[in-house]
Design a protein around this ligand. Structure first.
Ligand code: ADP
Ligand code: MG
Length: 729
């Protein structure tokens, strides 16, 4: 039974760090060598084609057919010179991961030979046979086909031998079937809204860009051990396994010396990432054993998100080269930290100003406060939507598990900014302010230190924290496509900025001076948003009670959380900002409900299989061994002596027996619960049934298995144990 486990352990004993082939020169010499970036466009494109692309990127203009043809020729020439034989449209469907279908450049030439060919049409648009991607019924309702369309704002790159073109994926009737389309819409909306507000402070601002710096956490597990764990292979997390006696209690993994095998893996990933123009910067050991983190320098949000998806893909591939498997699941192991993907988010102007950085004078600080306070209001009004954007079946295990932000959305501002908000609330009076009052307030606003990074408390327990020059949305899951969170965040903030501008303009129209109008509206927002401000410990029990008193919502399960998307006010938010129409939201939410159901269903099947095919036979074998021993003792010893010698074993036999019976019975009940749930027609009701009636069995059955693991002879235990998975590297 336990052969596979011991064979795996044997194999692991012989692992050596894999030597990697690194480019020899400086990183800055080969950075972006596989990307069709500005420099290469300049070289390979005519001046007008180059301008067509940069205009499209900077101003959203359309690239016409003739120009697209020219761009395609340049791209092809560059790609072929760099070893590409194929091209593909690369997109982000509503699954976990990206999609690509490669086509060779070759076409038949005149004389039966083949030649390499690529055109503007092929660059701009493709129609993959995409009927198997989830669409939540959108394509059934409208048109069966979907097509991909070039996103010139994210440069093409070469992956192995394929020219890869980032694209959006939409239905023939224009409905978004992916993550990128609505993200681009949201980024466009926040550009307009934020630019409008910036006009109060600086007329030179004509464009605002949203930035994203992601921090990717992950686990690395030795390949042989991973293969011996069907649960890891099929669900990405361990469905059973008793805690290791030692795991993260001593905090001795966090930031400690990086194990050599892992370090080689990281260098290999970085090397590839640099070639692809992904500015990865930080690497370190995380809190849990065998948990690590990778973070790049932040970039424009759409590009940064493409880079995150691409990087996850590279990491998966390179992990195999190093005989590791990478786990992006938010909670691969019970009882120790899970993985997140902090989304560091900010807005910056074409004039080079970070709108979330305090400035040098009262005016720039008032602009800073305007953006901070409006963000606060956006988070307050859209807390349920923000949660819905990040709460998934896997992230559910992480949130609220005393290591990650709870399922209550709150905002941490730090002492400095909080104090400034309190001061403003008091200093702005309801009547017209006197010149002295205004001057005093402006002076105070001017006093916010330019760099408050060092004195923010860096509260790690907040789901949404201000960290000196950006907000950090920490509740995002490590497996997630960041777009899900970014769509909601950017839309919510854009919408609030528009409302803010409308209100300030209304005051100005009534004859109030601009700065006073801004003060007044900000004051009402400061008062409105008090409940969402929380600088304390987000993990504490007291906070749950306090949050309830404040009227903040606290939803920990996926079905109820997802329901937010279908609320009329939120549907309207998406509609009026041009992000989703109702059909798109409904389609998307259906996909999410289905995903949740499928994932719970798969976990339940895998656990049932492990329980009955791996654990029960092992336990029975061990029990039989005990019985043999007891029988022998009985034969040899007189009754009284036998009882004192075998008493403990008799108890053990009963205990093993009771776990076996419980596992078998609960497995049956779980299967029955599943078939009952499967019969529920409505997808929302079905997901609730899965959540309430099926999911609890996973913990229940696991509990019996984990107890058996502590009893059964180690030599017989079939699946690698937590200590082996977590400490071998
Ligand atoms: P920590 O773990 O201390 O939060 P890291 O250095 O691991 O910090 O990650 C911080 C991330 O935030 C990086 O990706 C960094 O580039 C990004 N970041 C820094 N400044 C900004 C900003 N103004 N806007 C968006 N992201 C930023
Ligand atoms: Mg961080």
């Amino acid at each position: 039974m336990a052969q596979f486990r011991f064979k795996a352990l044997d194999e692991v004993l012989n692992r050596k760090p894999i030597e990697i082939e690194r480019e020899n020169n400086l990183v800055s010499d080969y950075y972006g060598m596989l990307v069709f970036d500005q420099a290469k466009m300049k070289k390979y494109l005519s001046r007008e084609a180059y301008k067509a692309v940069t205009d499209a990127v900077e101003r959203g203009t359309i690239i016409d057919r003739k120009m697209a043809d020219q761009v395609a020729q340049g791209m092809k020439a560059w790609a072929i010179e760099n070893g590409a034989t194929h091209y593909t449209h690369w997109f982000h469907p509503l699954t976990d991961g990206t999609a690509e279908k490669h086509d060779a450049f070759i076409v038949h030439g005149a004389d039966g030979s083949v030649i390499e060919s690529f055109s503007g049409t092929l660059l701009a648009q493709q129609e993959p046979d995409a009927s198997s991607f989830p669409s939540g019924g959108i394509r059934q309702t409208f048109e069966a086909r979907g097509y991909t369309a070039w996103d010139p704002s994210s440069p093409a790159f070469i992956s192995e031998t394929t020219l890869t073109i980032p694209t959006i994926f939409i239905s023939y009737t224009g409905e978004a079937l992916d993550y990128k389309t609505p993200l681009l819409r949201a980024l466009n909306t926040i550009d307009k809204a934020a630019t409008g507000v910036c006009q109060y402070f600086d007329k030179n601002v004509s464009r605002v860009t949203a930035n994203l710096g992601w921090e990717q956490e992950y686990f690395l597990i030795d390949e042989a051990l991973y293969m011996a764990r069907p649960d890891l292979m099929l669900t990405g997390r361990t469905l059973m396994g008793h805690a290791s006696s030692k795991d993260q209690q001593l905090d001795d993994h966090y930031f400690s010396s990086i194990p050599t095998r892992v370090n080689k893996f990281m260098q290999d990933v970085e090397n590839e990432a640099y070639k692809l123009g992904i500015p990865v910067k930080t690497r370190h050991n995380e809190v849990a054993p065998n948990q690590f983190e990778l973070a790049p320098i932040y970039e424009e949000a759409n590009l940064a998100n493409d880079h995150n998806q691409l990087c996850m893909d590279i990491m998966q591939k390179i992990a195999r080269r190093h005989k590791f498997r990478i786990l992006f699941h938010e909670k691969p192991f019970a009882g120790i930290n899970g993985s997140g993907k902090h989304n560091n988010w900010s807005l910056s102007t074409n004039t080079g100003v970070n709108l979330y950085s305090p400035g040098k004078n009262p005016k720039s600080n008032l602009q800073f406060l305007t953006f901070v306070i409006n963000t606060l209001k956006a988070v307050f009004d859209n807390q349920d939507l923000l949660r819905a954007s990040i709460l998934t079946s896997s992230n559910q295990h992480r949130l609220g598990a005393n290591e990650a932000p709870p399922s209550i959305i709150s905002v941490f501002l730090g002492t400095e900014v909080s104090a400034m908000l309190d001061l403003m609330e008091e200093a702005v009076v309801d009547r017209k302010m006197t010149p002295d009052e205004k001057t005093a307030l402006k002076l105070n606003i001017g006093r916010i230190p330019e760099i408050i990074l060092d004195n923010t408390d860096r509260n790690r327990t907040s789901p949404f924290a201000f960290t000196g020059n950006r907000f950090e949305f920490r509740a995002v899951g490590s497996m997630a496509n960041n777009a899900s969170a970014l769509i909601v965040l950017n839309t919510a903030v854009a919408d609030q900025l528009k409302k803010f501008k409308a209100e300030v303009d209304a005051h100005i129209e009534k004859g109030v001076k601009k700065d006073e109008a801004i003060f007044q509206v900000l004051k009402t927002l400061i008062i409105d948003t008090k409940p969402i401000r929380f600088n304390g410990d987000g993990y504490s029990v007291d906070w749950v009670k306090e949050a309830e008193k404040r009227g903040l919502s606290n939803i920990g399960n996926v079905p109820d959380s997802l329901a937010a998307y279908l609320r009329e006010d939120y549907i309207d938010l998406f509609k009026r900002n041009g992000i989703f129409n109702k059909t798109e939201i409904e389609g998307r939410v259906e996909v999410e409900y289905e995903k949740f159901i499928m994932k719970v269903q798969i976990e339940s099947r895998v656990l049932a299989d492990i329980a009955i095919n791996h654990i029960v036979p092992t336990a029975v074998e061990y029990q039989t061994m005990l019985l043999e021993n007891v029988k022998n003792l009985k034969e040899v010893f007189p009754e009284e002596e036998f009882l004192s010698l075998a008493g403990g074993r008799l108890d053990l036999i009963r205990e093993v027996g009771s776990h076996i019976s419980a596992i078998k019975a609960k497995r049956k009940e779980m299967i029955a619960a599943r078939s009952k749930a499967n019969k529920v027609e409505d997808v929302i009701d079905r997901s609730k049934e899965y959540d309430k009636e099926v999911r609890p069995f996973l913990d229940d059955i696991r509990d019996h298995i984990d107890r058996l693991e502590l009893i059964v002879d180690n030599e017989k235990w079939p699946l690698p144990k937590y200590r082996e998975l977590l400490f071998i590297r």
